[in-house]
Ligand binder design. Structure first.
Ligand code: SAH
Length: 246
């Protein structure tokens, strides 16, 4: 009887140890720590594709992307693609986050607006570069989760609001930079109006149902608007009224 109990305990211990080992192996993927995976991601996916701004690269090296994705996706957090975050939404591919941030040319004294908080990852990256980040999310539960996550990870200069980002955030305008992370077929006029002279707006613009282009819109110090297309991209659609009266 004693022998049987011992054997039972011993084998359950083994099973528990095996489960822990499998779990760790899954989380670490290739056996590298998240920190190592993140450094590799910056080098192979971001620097290799031409992002050069050292402040942007450093911010991305610091933000623990695996804590911004659902737990079951954690081991994929540093892969070269977007990931689902629930409610049909996604956290963008790391390279696209880096590129949009570089294009926004965020300075330490800047006040930045993001439309489409999602997981809060882009906002966390921006928070390390700007003085203040305002971010608006349409889907309530995503916004609330992101708010909680950003707070617990101590990104203290970020403010999250639930609502339709089409109208911008008039109380805190003008913004030095605005980043939109959902695709729309025109540039929302309220966002253009809330951009500071000398400011930049980065937005995925739908050309047709198949094609979107990443656009950088600049407002000169004299208030003149100019724009250029950067690369084709694929973003989730902009929700809400899209400027139409409901
Ligand atoms: N920047 C996010 C990724 C966003 S995916 C991140 O770093 O994780 C696009 C997000 O935009 C989704 O969460 C979607 O709900 C949100 N969105 C879409 N339309 C919106 C609108 N009109 N106002 C605010 N957020 C919107």
């Amino acid at each position: 009887m004693k022998y049987l109990t011992f054997w039972f305990n011993f084998s359950s211990c083994l099973m528990i140890l095996a489960a822990i080992a499998i779990n760790c192996a899954e989380k670490l993927g290739s056996g590298e720590s998240y920190e190592e995976q993140r450094q590799k991601m910056v080098k192979q996916q971001i620097v290799a594709r031409g992002v050069k701004d050292n402040r942007v690269l450093e911010a991305i090296r610091q933000v623990p992307r695996h804590l911004f994705v659902p737990v079951e996706q954690e081991y994929l957090a540093y892969e070269d693609h977007p990931l689902p975050i629930g409610h049909g939404q996604t956290i963008s591919q790391p390279y696209i986050v880096a590129l949009m941030t570089e294009l926004a040319k965020v300075q330490e004294t800047d006040v930045v607006l993001e439309i489409g908080t999602g997981s809060g990852y882009q906002a966390a990256v921006l928070s390390l570069l700007a003085r203040k980040v305002y971010t608006i999310e349409y889907v309530q539960s995503l916004g609330l989760d992101a708010k909680e996550r950003l707070h617990s990870l101590k990104y203290e200069n970020v403010e999250v609001k639930i609502g339709d980002g089409y109208q911008g955030w008039p109380e805190h305008q003008p913004f030095d930079a605005i980043i939109v992370t959902a695709a729309i077929d025109h540039i929302p006029q309220p966002l253009l109006d809330q951009l500071k002279p000398g400011g930049r707006l980065v937005i995925p613009l739908e050309a047709d149902t198949e094609l979107q282009n990443l656009l950088v819109v600049e407002k000169s110090n004299q208030g003149k608007i100019s724009q250029r297309q950067v690369i084709p991209v694929r973003f989730v659609p902009f929700l809400g009224t899209r400027g139409k009266t409901p």
